[in-house]
Design a protein around this ligand. Structure first.
Ligand code: K7E
Ligand code: CUA
Ligand code: CA
Length: 647
C-alpha cells in the first residue's frame, strides 16, 4: 500500500483526522516501524491516554429512553459473547446491556464448581492425577446451530485458541456439555457451524462445525523440522456437531483465520493472512495479496469416502490434500484460493447467501466474493479464482469484521480509524464495474475505540433484521471511570434502523469479548429445572442418604432441600477416598444450593433437581463445616453439615 492509496479514500468526512491517522498507520506499515503502526492507540489524537480526563462531550451522547429497558421489563435480544482469555462465554440482554450469565467453559469457576465436580472434569478432561488437563482457555468465536438458515436454539459452539479445543454449549440449560481437542493444530481461531448439508436436501440443519487453525506447525509436531518454515503446515478441520468426533481435516497452504459457512451448505471459507508461510512477523506481511480459501465440502467428503486420505502422527483422522499444487484442476479441486489484499481479517457471508465480505486489515478495502462464482470456478467455468471478486470498495483503515442488515448494507469495523462504516454491497459491485455514480459508502460513525468484532441483530441468519449493530471495542480509555491500568472494554450499541447510524449506549465489558451474536429472544427456550432421571448418580429418595464404605473408598450420599442437607454430619477416616454425591430436591426454579468444604477446596452448586459429585482424599483430621454457598432461604446460614475426619 502506498501513500497514493490513501488519497483515494475520499469518502472520509473528517479529512484532517483521516490524514493524521493514515500517515501514522500506513507509513509505519511500509517496513521500518512495523510495531508502531499496528499498535492500537498511537493515533487517537482526541483521546486522553489515561485517567478520568474530560467528561465525554454531550454531542455524541444520544442515548434516550427508547433504548432503555425499564425495571421489570425484559430485553428484546440475547447477546452471546466470547470472553477471550477469561475462557468463558457470557450472556447479555440487549438493548439494556445487562449481564445475565457467565458460562464457564474452558476456565475454572468457583461458583458453579466447574473444574471441581466430577461431572465438569469429565467434560474438561483430566490428567492422570484427576485434576483438569488444562485450566486456561481463550474463547474467540461463538456461533449457534442452524435450521433452515436461522438459529434453531439448540447449541452454541465456541473455540479455545490456546489449547485448540472446541466446546459445545446446550441452549436449554446454557451449560457446556462437551469439549474436544483438535489433533495436529495450534491456534484454533475461526469456527462456524454449517447451515445445511451440501448434498442431502432433507438435512436442512447443522451437522458439521468447521474449524480453522491460525498457526502453522511441523507435522507431526514431535521435534522434527523445527527450523524449516517451509515444512510448517496448517489444517482445516471438520467436526460432527452431534457426536463431536473429528470427521476430516484438509492440509492447506498458508494458514486459516476466521471461518464462514454458506447458506446452501456447499462451501466453507477461511481468510488467510499468512499465505507467505512466514515464521517471523514481518514475513507474514511481505506479499501484497493473501487469500480467502474456499472448501468444497461435498468433494472433500467424497475424497474421504474414496480413501484418498493420509493420517498424521498418532491421529486417526483422515486428512485430504487441499494444497494449491494438488488442486490445479477446478473440476476435481477440493479447494479454491481467491487472492485478497493484504493480511485480510474476517470473512462474513451476507444474509441472502450471495456474497462474502473479506476485509483487508492492512488494505483499506473489503473484498466482495460472489458465492455463485466460486461454485462456477469449481465447475471449470470461471477463468481464475480472482474473477469471483465482484467488488473491492475502499472503506477505511484497518477493516476487520462485517455485519449485515436486511437492506443489502454491510457494516464493517475499522480498527485503525475507530469507526464503523456502512456501505452498500450492490452499489460496491456497480462501482467495481465502473459506475462512477454508485454511492458505496453511506455513513460512518466514530466508536470508542479500536473496534474488533461488530455484528448485527440476527445478522448471521437469513432473518437479519437491521435493528442493532454492536461494536466490541478493544479500548475504552476515557469512556468509563478508570479502574487501574487495565480498563474495561466497550460494547457500543448502534441503532442501524435509519439511514444514519446512531450510537445509543456504551456498555462496559470485562476483558476481552472477541465475538458475539445477537439472537431474538423468542428463539431461546430454556428449561426451568433439571430432571432427577437424567443423572445416573442421583440420590432419588432422602432415605437413600448415608455413608457407604468399601475399604478405603467411601461414598457419601445426601440431598439438599431448603434449608437443610439430609445428613447433619458424616464420619470419615483419614486417608479415605471419598465421593460426595449431592442431589438437590428443591423443585422451584432458581432454588439452587451450594456445597463448600473449608480447607479441602471443594465448592460447587446444585440447581433444582440436579445431581453433582466430587471425589477427593481426606488427609486432614478434624471437623469441617460443609455449608451452603448460595443464598436460598431465611435459614441459609444454618444450612450446614459436619464432615468429621477421624485420625
Ligand atoms: Cu475474531 Cu478478535 Cu479472534 Cu477479529 S478475532 S477482532
Ligand atoms: Cu441452601 Cu443456602
Ligand atoms: Ca500476508
Amino acid at each position: 500500500m502506498t501513500q497514493d492509496d490513501i488519497k483515494t479514500l475520499d469518502t472520509q468526512p473528517d479529512l484532517n483526522r483521516r490524514k493524521f491517522l493514515g500517515t501514522t498507520a500506513l507509513v509505519s506499515l511500509s517496513g521500518v516501524g512495523l510495531s508502531v503502526g499496528l499498535s492500537a492507540c498511537n493515533k487517537k489524537e482526541s483521546a486522553p491516554t489515561a485517567g478520568a480526563g474530560a467528561p465525554t462531550t454531550s454531542a455524541e451522547a444520544t442515548g434516550s429512553s427508547k433504548y432503555e429497558v425499564p425495571p421489570g421489563k425484559l430485553d428484546e435480544y440475547y447477546s452471546f459473547s466470547s470472553g477471550g482469555h477469561s475462557g468463558e462465554v457470557r450472556i447479555y440482554g440487549l438493548p439494556s446491556g445487562r449481564e445475565l450469565k457467565r458460562i464457564p467453559v474452558f476456565n475454572m469457576d468457583a461458583l458453579v464448581g466447574w473444574g471441581v465436580t466430577n461431572e465438569s472434569k469429565a467434560i474438561l478432561g483430566t490428567k492422570p492425577n484427576g485434576t483438569p488437563k488444562y485450566t486456561t482457555g481463550d474463547t474467540h468465536h461463538v456461533h449457534q446451530t442452524y435450521a433452515d438458515g436461522t438459529y434453531d436454539g439448540k447449541y452454541m459452539f465456541v473455540n479455545d485458541k490456546i489449547h485448540s479445543r472446541l466446546a459445545r454449549v446446550r441452549m436449554d440449560t446454557m451449560e457446556c456439555d462437551k469439549i474436544i481437542e483438535l489433533p495436529n493444530i495450534q491456534g484454533f481461531h475461526g469456527t462456524f457451524p454449517d447451515k445445511r448439508d451440501p448434498v442431502d436436501p432433507n438435512i436442512n440443519h447443522t451437522t458439521r462445525v468447521f474449524c480453522g487453525s491460525e498457526f502453522s506447525i511441523p507435522l507431526p509436531n514431535d521435534g522434527r523440522d523445527m527450523e524449516d518454515g517451509s515444512k510448517y503446515k496448517s489444517l482445516f478441520t471438520c467436526v460432527d456437531s452431534n457426536t463431536m468426533d473429528v470427521r476430516w481435516q484438509v492440509l492447506i497452504d498458508g494458514n486459516c483465520d476466521l471461518v464462514a459457512s454458506s447458506y446452501d451448505g456447499k462451501l466453507a471459507a477461511t481468510n488467510q493472512y499468512n499465505t507467505e508461510m512466514g515464521i517471523h512477523y514481518e514475513d507474514t506481511m511481505s506479499a501484497e495479496m493473501d487469500a480467502c480459501l474456499f472448501f468444497n465440502v461435498a468433494r472433500i467428503e467424497e475424497a474421504v469416502k474414496a480413501g484418498k486420505v493420509s493420517t498424521i502422527g498418532s491421529s486417526k483422522v483422515p486428512v485430504v490434500d487441499g494444497r494449491r499444487a494438488s488442486n490445479q484442476d477446478p473440476k476435481t479441486a477440493l479447494t479454491c484460493y481467491v487472492p485478497i489484499p493484504k493480511n485480510p481479517h474476517g470473512v462474513n457471508i451476507s444474509p441472502d447467501g450471495k456474497y462474502y465480505a473479506c476485509a483487508g486489515k492492512l488494505s483499506p478495502t473489503a473484498s466482495v466474493i460472489e458465492h455463485a462464482l466460486v461454485l462456477k470456478w469449481f465447475d471449470g467455468e470461471l477463468a481464475k479464482p480472482r474473477d469471483a471478486v465482484v467488488a473491492e470498495p475502499e472503506i477505511g483503515l484497518g477493516p476487520l469484521h462485517t455485519g449485515y442488515d436486511n437492506k443489502g448494507n454491510a457494516y464493517t469495523t475499522l480498527f485503525l480509524d475507530s469507526q464503523i462504516v456502512k456501505w452498500n454491497v450492490e452499489a460496491a459491485i456497480k462501482a467495481f464495474k465502473g459506475d462512477k455514480n454508485a454511492k458505496v459508502v453511506l455513513d460512518r460513525i466514530d466508536v470508542h475505540y479500536q473496534p474488533g468484532h461488530g455484528f448485527t441483530s440476527m445478522g448471521e441468519t437469513k432473518e437479519a433484521d437491521g435493528h442493532f449493530f454492536l461494536s466490541d471495542n478493544k479500548f475504552s480509555k476515557d469512556r468509563f471511570l478508570p479502574v487501574g491500568p487495565l480498563h474495561a472494554e466497550t460494547a457500543q450499541l448502534i441503532d442501524i434502523s435509519g439511514d444514519k447510524m446512531k450510537l445509543v449506549a456504551d456498555h462496559s465489558v470485562y476483558s476481552e469479548p472477541h465475538d458475539s451474536i445477537i439472537v431474538r429472544r423468542d428463539i431461546i427456550k430454556t428449561r426451568q429445572v433439571y430432571n432427577l432421571d437424567e443423572f445416573p448418580l442421583a440420590v432419588k429418595d432422602p432415605k437413600d442418604s448415608g455413608v457407604f464404605r468399601n475399604g478405603k473408598k467411601v461414598t457419601v450420599k445426601l440431598i439438599s432441600q431448603a434449608p437443610a442437607f439430609s445428613l447433619r454430619e458424616f464420619k470419615l477416616k483419614k486417608g479415605d477416598e471419598v465421593t460426595i454425591i449431592l442431589t438437590n430436591h428443591d423443585k422451584v426454579e432458581d432454588l439452587t444450593h451450594g456445597f463448600a468444604i473449608p480447607k479441602y477446596d471443594i465448592q460447587f452448586i446444585v440447581n433444582p433437581l440436579e445431581t453433582k459429585s466430587v471425589t477427593f482424599t481426606v488427609d486432614k483430621p478434624g471437623v469441617y463445616w460443609c455449608y451452603c454457598t448460595n443464598f436460598c432461604h431465611a435459614l441459609h446460614l444454618e444450612m450446614r453439615s459436619r464432615m468429621i475426619v477421624e485420625a
